[in-house]
Design a protein around this ligand. Structure first.
Ligand SMILES: C[S@@+](CC[C@H](N)C(=O)[O-])C[C@H]1O[C@@H](n2cnc3c(N)ncnc32)[C@H](O)[C@@H]1O
Length: 359
């Protein structure tokens, strides 16, 4: 879970979907971000259509992002093939920032589709495909489907061919755990494959690792981005969590340069881990990503896995079982002085130790 944001840094008017802003008057907004996020999950809020729609979208996407991640991990447990051989390279919570922003833009009628550059085995592709299907946007997916191109000498972490996955395997994943209908797969190295790309975009998702790759993408598609849209990147920070600047030869620098080249102001916002977004002056709801962690906290409490775990921890039977186990272990490690074993059975011994009032 990302660290919770500092509440006073969030302006709810710049964070929420438009219909929620208009349905929830000023009095509610004055509650402030933390209390308002609690209110969104209240019985009272659950009677408001715009709230039901937003929370349901987030809840369903949260479950999808988690379960698709579990399926990818089941097929390639983290660490099995080393860092780059793993089938998934971004986490489900990071994906929530993208789909949340997409929802918020949708509520403001921001036009345009989504372009993902860098699919690898298609984890982020599958998650985005569900969000795009729900919000009726196309999802363009561009990748060489042969892995990274040749790298510079100072990019020692990467090598040619890293993250390679075939276009057929990504299509098969979309068909089984994603949604095929919104997806348009574009095969080839960006310098060629995105030449002449002309579809209006509201979200450009760059997960391409290399500065040159980001430059190739932006050269061809920057002008397609709606002024209200955003560019998100998975290379926002270095391995020490420090955001890259325009002087680093890394993907964010290519984004900053594209804005500068177009004579536009921009604002970089770090979201979590390596994820960040860059917004122009006209981008809507710049605080949406700061508010989201407050909602994710509540969504994770609603999560059946977290709930089951809590229920399990609180169940008297399980508590009793743990105490019996502890007791038996203690008895085993401390053999009784007398030669004969205790006459009472384990359960009755355990009962003496179990205080039903204790938590
Ligand atoms: C880190 S992986 C993407 C991970 C993916 N988003 C996920 O969810 O697991 C980076 C991808 O960018 C692609 N890529 C990088 N530079 C490229 C270029 N110049 N042209 C085409 N594809 C490129 C690679 O083929 C690779 O699949």
């Amino acid at each position: 879970m990302p660290p919770l944001p500092v509440a006073h840094e969030i302006d709810l008017e710049k964070a929420l979907p438009r219909d929620i802003l208009s349905d929830c008057g000023n009095t509610l907004l004055k509650l402030g971000p933390a209390q308002f996020s609690t209110w969104l999950f209240s019985q009272e809020a659950s009677t408001i259509q715009s709230v039901i729609r937003y929370i349901s979208f987030l809840k369903v996407m949260y479950e999808l992002a988690q379960s698709i991640a579990e399926i990818y991990d089941w097929r390639s447990p983290p660490g099995t093939f080393g860092k780059k051989g793993h089938l998934r390279h971004i986490g489900p919570i990071e994906m929530m920032f993208l789909v949340n922003h997409l929802y918020v833009m949708d509520s403001f009628d921001v036009a345009g589709d989504v372009l993902e550059c860098g699919a690898s085995h298609g984890y982020s592709t599958c998650v985005l495909s569900h969000a795009c299907a729900r919000l009726n946007r196309k999802l363009f997916v561009a990748d060489s489907f042969e892995g990274l191109p040749a790298t510079r000498i100072d990019q020692a972490f990467f090598s040619k061919g890293d993250y390679a996955a075939s276009v057929e395997s990504v299509r098969a994943s979309l068909a089984t755990i994603g949604r095929l209908e919104p997806a348009v797969l574009i095969k080839g190295f960006f310098g060629d494959s995105l030449k002449g790309f002309q579809h209006p975009l509201c979200l450009l998702w760059l997960d391409v690792d290399l500065f040159e790759s980001a430059q190739d993408v932006l050269r061809h598609v920057f002008d397609c981005l709606s002024p209200a849209g955003i560019i998100a990147t998975h290379e926002f920070t270095d391995f020490h969590n420090r955001p890259y600047s325009i002087d680093n030869k890394c993907p964010p620098a290519a984004i900053f340069k594209a804005y500068e080249h177009a004579g536009l102001n921009y604002r970089p916002i770090h979201l979590m881990r390596y994820l960040g977004m860059v917004l122009g002056d006209n981008a809507i709801q710049p605080d949406a990503g700061r508010f989201l962690p407050l909602l994710l906290n509540k969504l994770s409490a609603m999560d059946h896995r977290a709930r089951q775990y809590q229920e399990l921890k609180q169940s008297n039977t399980v508590r009793a079982a743990f105490r019996i186990k502890k007791l038996l272990l203690a008895l085993k490690s401390k053999p009784s002085e007398s030669a004969s074993p205790p006459s009472t059975d384990a359960l009755s011994i355990a009962e003496q130790y179990i205080d039903p009032e204790s938590t």
